[in-house]
Design a protein around this ligand. Sequence first.
Ligand code: ZN
Length: 154
Amino acid sequence: MDLKELYQEIILDHGKNPRNLRKTENFNKDAKGHNPLCGDNVHIYLKLNENKKVEDISFEGHGCAISMASASIMTDLVKGKEEAEVKEIVNDFLDMIKEKEELQNKILNEDEKTKLMCLSGVKQYPMRVKCATLSWHTLTSAIDDFQKIVNTES
Ligand code: ZN
């Protein structure tokens, strides 16, 4: 199996069986994301504990396989991380999707990085990039209490 097939397999798996697709009980941060170009909707729920660690993260929503797989992989990878680490992972992912070849962060292990890199295939399709980054922008907004609703087109 080559890398491209492996990446596709991971996306299909997460798209079909999204992890953390539920609503966190007692969440203390949340935000909604909307990508009107594709019709993707996500609602991210986050529970940060007193040490600013992600005790739980989940999402509800519907959309294309890329948007659902991305939200699924993201929630899987940031659970248990500290807020500062989460931000570093988010920024690293967004840089990679935009321009960089590789992920730079030292927080995720190789397996985890492979899961993220499987979304790198959307790079050459600007419309798909919005699908892949929707939940990530929404997570940032939730953490920073920036916007309750993130819209990719505004
Ligand atoms: Zn989409």
